[in-house]
Design a protein around this ligand. Structure first.
Ligand code: B16
Ligand code: MG
Length: 245
């Protein structure tokens, strides 16, 4: 029988919304305000479809829900308006908005020589990271302004691995959206879904969140009995052999 595939993880790439911070509720409130103005009924369940995808694609879905068709120029005006409302929410964010356990886990990764970056579809990613005090923590940030094709295209994750100078097969991605898991898998990376089993079933492993998570747990519990075995750190420095041997 074939044993598990082994991956040496030298970099972790984090999605932003839904992984590091919960900005989905701000996106929802801004889209809801826009939908109300257009007379479109838009629920939190509808908002699930917008997670991880670009701003313009989100508007296209909203208009489809409302059965509306408008010009590209009008669409640009509406996305600008939605973004203004969204940015107002973001400007009120503080360090307290970082999701539980994220900062500790980042610190642990860095103390083991693992490089960390953000790969977010959001064109506001830098602003969000600045607001919550994490902008200088990451070695690199890839955002929606730097790539042409949105998730599930792998471009943003490949951009991130090349910024870090780490091959894609040595990168592990944390993602909360199905489109993001698909994108990371197409990039050839190991994937960890953050959230519920139901929507992230294609991920290599799933965690509910980062509260209390350690490298050791991730290697020995989360990936245990899977088809992939992982180990963290630089290849040449007697890295953390956190997996259970
Ligand atoms: P913006 P992520 C994504 O962030 C959000 O999940 C998605 O709902 C949003 O439409 C997209 O960013 C674009 O955001 O309007 O700020 O450019 O999950 O990729 O970090
Ligand atoms: Mg996300």
């Amino acid at each position: 029988m074939k044993g598990p595939e082994f991956r040496h993880i030298q970099a972790c790439i984090f999605d932003l919304d839904g992984v590091i911070v919960d900005t989905a509720r701000f996106h929802y409130q801004a889209w809801k305000k826009l939908a109300d103005g257009l007379g479109i009924s838009f629920s939190e369940e509808d908002n699930e479809r917008l997670k991880g995808i670009s701003r313009m694609e989100s508007l296209e879905i909203l208009l489809e829900i409302g059965g509306m068709s408008i010009s590209r120029a009008e669409m640009a005006e509406l996305t600008d308006q939605k973004n203004k409302w969204y940015v107002d929410f973001v400007r009120a964010m503080t360090e307290d908005d970082v999701l539980p356990g994220v900062s500790d886990f980042l610190q642990e990764l860095q103390s083991h020589g693992v490089r960390v970056s953000v790969a977010s579809a959001s064109k506001n990613a830098q602003l969000v990271l600045q607001q919550v005090g994490l902008i200088d923590v990451f070695d690199a940030v890839s955002d929606g302004r730097m790539v042409k094709r949105a998730k599930p295209d792998p471009e943003i994750f490949l951009h991130s691995s090349s910024q870090l100078g780490i091959p894609a097969s040595n990168c592990l991605v944390f993602e909360d959206a199905a489109a993001g898991i698909e994108a990371a898998q197409r990039a050839g990376m190991v994937t960890v879904g953050v959230g519920s089993e139901r929507s992230l079933k294609d991920a290599d492993a799933i965690i509910p969140g980062f509260a209390g998570l350690t490298i050791h747990q991730l290697c020995s519990k989360v990936f245990r009995n899977g088809t992939i075995e992982i180990e963290f750190g630089k290849e040449d420095d007697n890295a953390e052999k956190a997996k259970i041997l």
